[in-house]
Design a protein around this ligand. Structure first.
Ligand code: NAP
Length: 589
């Protein structure tokens, strides 16, 4: 286990104790709003939402209002009714709460023939029936009348929910007036495929939808940046306080967190696809991920939010690792991917104590040094922060766990390869060795700094030579170009550390150094760990070098992060067990 800069604390005895310890460490001075947003202004005068929106900001204690749990709804999008019926059964088997029948997806749909089959009793799941026209993002191209008739028939056949678009809601309401079965809830929906308007505009939209007589308000917008989602969360909180059921989601990959965190803010329902490739909208998570990975049933007002900030970030396996680790200690927290363009803007929008800690990856590690209120001296020296923790006073503190993770992995790899010789734990096996770092980014700086600290003589080689020189000057060693590196062979027994993304999935046939040049190295480490055995490591092993996988660094830096997040030590074996069970080798830190 890598050593951490904070004091070691004895392990907690139970999940309750884990939670209590965290609460004590992270208790905010005053109970703040779940999110800190700018105050909103009033919506349409006289409407229930107008009263809600006239409150400045989000009222304290809003998160504690009792409410039913957020439902997980699986959209059934098959082209044929029989396949759609099979999708309903599959959604039930996944543990979904509701299935959405997307009638507009059916080819040759005949309502009187197909709906009785699709809605036949007994149904395994409540049905939400949607017949989305093209002008609202669906596939139906005909007139409204036959569409309305099909939706009314679905109501008669016992559909639990029917969705109608705001633009035609009044017309539809007139038609169903007095005929809507009591057990059927009408969802009136509005989709914005361009952006997410201000909270004022969103508040007015809620009021407008309520005025149609909707049982459930549905607003779906589009994120152009992740901070847009904060406005939707604010609307959810207001609606929750006023007991207005609302589905509020933000589309595309920058809106992804809206789909996971809506239970925290009282969203009525969130959508999860049956499987990858069956999404009804881009960047929709699978229902299995919502339930099993993000533990959505456990997310509530008091759930702490952690996550990985990066760009790209969607393929990161850190959520699997950290969510499982939180679960294993019984801690009420969720870990999500944050696709962030502007780090400072993100940190200022999500500044509530509930957003308790972040991992930081490409390209934000260096900006994170500037964005934190305090930076651990080692992270400051390295010039890169990969872990941010929010302190009880709200201040952000930055750390670097890459450094300890990588260096301890290389040291242990060297010691293990010399297992037959007596192990000297007082001196680092890096001391006095020539240590060549390829790359001068966040990971390169961490490796260079760490190797230097351990007494190695560090050399930096980088594609952009000026950056190699800059880092080499800091470390006090020579700089090389990648071309120079091919013929660099001043001595035997050198150590090589690749810290560029060369060789990373999907470019698995690439390698930063020829096999011929690798013959000069006794130890080769690759920060890339997707795949676990990169071409560089395979060829280095063939040349007889001791190889150390980036996966080992990944596990160790993640353990260090988890300790910073929790303020308590991690069970090494348990964490390692979780990390090793990550089967798909497309990890990123
Ligand atoms: P970074 O700050 O963006 O730095 C990237 C470095 O790679 C730069 O020196 C860049 O050179 C170089 N580079 C990028 N593409 C290149 C190419 N095609 N040819 C030659 N050089 C290239 O990124 P980072 O945070 O240091 O991460 C770098 C790698 O380490 C990533 O693959 C990341 O997944 C991995 N990593 C692994 C772990 C782990 O736990 N195992 C932890 C952190 C990072 P220029 O200066 O010329 O742009």
């Amino acid at each position: 286990m890598p050593s951490c800069t904070h004091a070691r604390i004895p392990p907690a005895a139970s999940p309750e104790e884990t939670q209590q310890r965290f609460e004590i460490r992270h208790q905010p001075k005053a109970q703040a709003n779940p999110l800190r947003f700018p105050p909103t202004t009033a919506a349409t005068p006289g409407s229930p939402m107008a009263t809600a929106m006239s409150v400045s900001g989000v009222a304290p204690g809003a998160a504690a209002v009792a409410r039913p749990r957020t439902l997980v709804c699986v959209p059934a999008t098959a082209r044929a009714p029989r396949e759609m019926a099979a999708e309903l059964a599959a959604a039930a088997a996944l543990g979904a709460d509701v299935a959405e029948l997307r009638l507009d997806r059916l080819a040759r749909f005949a309502p009187r023939r197909d709906l009785p089959v699709l809605l036949a009793e007994p149904r395994q799941l409540p049905a939400l029936v949607t017949y989305r026209p093209k002008w609202e993002g669906g596939e139906y191209e005909g007139d409204d009348e036959p569409r309305f008739e099909a939706l009314m028939l679905a109501m008669e056949l016992g559909a639990e929910y029917v969705d109608i678009e705001l633009k035609v809601a009044d017309k539809f309401m007139k038609l169903v007036s007095g005929k809507k079965p009591e057990n059927c809830k009408l969802i009136v929906s509005s989709h914005n495929f361009e952006n997410t308007p201000s909270t004022e505009v969103l508040g007015n939209l809620v009021a407008q939808i309520q005025a149609t007589g909707a049982d459930i308000v549905k607003i779906v917008t589009t994120a152009t940046e992740i901070v847009d989602v904060a406005r939707m969360f604010q609307i959810l909180v207001h609606c929750q306080e006023k007991k207005v059921p609302i589905i509020g989601l933000v589309m595309n990959d920058r809106g992804f967190i809206s789909r996971i965190l809506c239970p925290k803010y009282g969203g009525y329902l969130t959508f999860g696809s049956l499987e990858k490739g069956k999404e009804s909208t881009p960047a929709q998570p699978t229902a299995a991920d919502l339930i099993n990975l993000y533990n959505i049933r456990q997310i509530g007002p008091n759930t702490k939010v952690f996550g990985i900030i990066g760009k790209p970030v969607g393929h990161s396996k850190s959520p699997i690792l950290h969510n499982e680790a939180f679960r294993s200690v019984g801690f009420n927290a969720v870990y999500v991917p944050f696709l962030v363009d502007d780090l400072a803007k993100f940190l200022s929008a999500y500044s509530s104590p509930d957003f308790a800690g972040f991992s930081c990856t490409i390209p934000h590690k260096e900006a994170a040094v500037r964005c934190c209120d305090e930076v651990d001296p080692i992270a400051r020296d390295i010039g890169a922060v990969n872990t941010i923790v929010r302190r009880p006073d709200g201040k952000l503190v930055g750390y670097n766990t890459d450094y300890v993770g990588a260096i301890s992995a290389i040291e242990d790899g060297i010691r293990a390869s010399a297992a037959s010789q007596p192990t000297d734990l007082t001196t680092s096996p890096l001391a006095g060795r020539l240590f060549v770092v390829i790359g001068a980014g966040g990971a390169g700086k961490a490796l260079a700094y760490g190797a230097k600290e351990k007494g190695a003589r560090v050399v930096i080689a980088n594609r952009t030579f000026a950056r190699a020189q800059e880092l080499a000057n800091l470390i006090g060693g020579p700089a090389l170009t990648l071309v120079d590196l091919e013929n660099y062979h001043p001595e035997e027994g050198m150590i090589l550390a690749n810290t560029t993304a060369i060789g990373m999935h999907p470019n698995v046939n690439e390698t930063p150094l020829s096999k011929q040049a690798l013959k000069s190295y006794a130890v080769v480490f690759d920060a890339v760990y997707t795949p676990k055995e990169t071409r560089l490591l395979r060829e280095a092993a063939e040349c007889g070098a001791t190889v150390v996988s980036g996966l080992e660094m990944f596990i160790r830096q993640a353990m260090g992060q988890f300790e910073h997040f929790m303020g308590m030590p991690v069970n090494d074996d348990k964490f390692r067990g979780i990390a090793n069970s990550l089967d798909n080798p497309t990890l990123t830190s």
